[in-house]
Design a protein around this ligand. Sequence first.
Ligand code: BTN
Length: 253
Amino acid sequence: KNSTNLLILGRTSNYLPSCQSTNDIAAGLSQSKNLMDGHVVWTTNQTAGKGQRGNTWESEPGKNLLLSIVVYPKTLDAGNQFLLTAAISLGVCETIKSFIPDKDVYIKWPNDIYVEKLKIAGILIENMLKNGKIEQGIIGIGSNINQTHNLHPSATSIFLETNKEIEIEDYYFRILQNIEAFYLKLRAGKSSYLKSLYYRNMLWYQEERLFQAGDKFFHGTILGVNNEGKLQVSTDEGIKAFGLKEISFVINR
Ligand code: BTN
């Protein structure tokens, strides 16, 4: 199905009926042999999924897609890791949007995908740096597809939003296709997608909201992302830029 359109992602892959963490399997494989750029490890049953900041990633067995892509973005400087993050987030966001066209699907900067106020996909990128370059990246993506009940109060799935079941395989090819489009731009040294209105419009919550940076709370409005990949926020004290771990949103439940 459709796989013939893919140039790089998924040329080689491992499907596993079940595993602990596709990111860990991918990391292990990459140590024991030379993998192709874009090698994919995937399952629908992950027993010890890893999330950001040491969290776990829960997924109803058999219902969702858990995948890891091994990438070798040779020319990407370590200081430009956000370009990879942005490319992947855009591809995932686009995919979810295509299945839920009637609702607002957003990137909660830097790399969570939300449908309105609920999280539908999470991304965990584990980069290996060498000589100031990204030697290898392992991109883990958990997408909630046919999950029928929330494993977390602020989570949702495509099924919960649309009442429709989706073939995991269809989703698999569509997400690889969408990510590949941005990954090819990245490999070609084109990072203009970051500055595009398209990316800006995909960022979560353009209206004023509450942020936290360190132990400081303040109101601000997201303007976009600057050339360094930092989030630009307009605040009472002017426009400020925040790096990957410097700011978080305060979510009112
Ligand atoms: C997050 O939002 O906290 C990131 C979640 C990332 C989950 C995916 S599922 C596939 C891959 N394997 C893992 O163990 N984690 C990632």
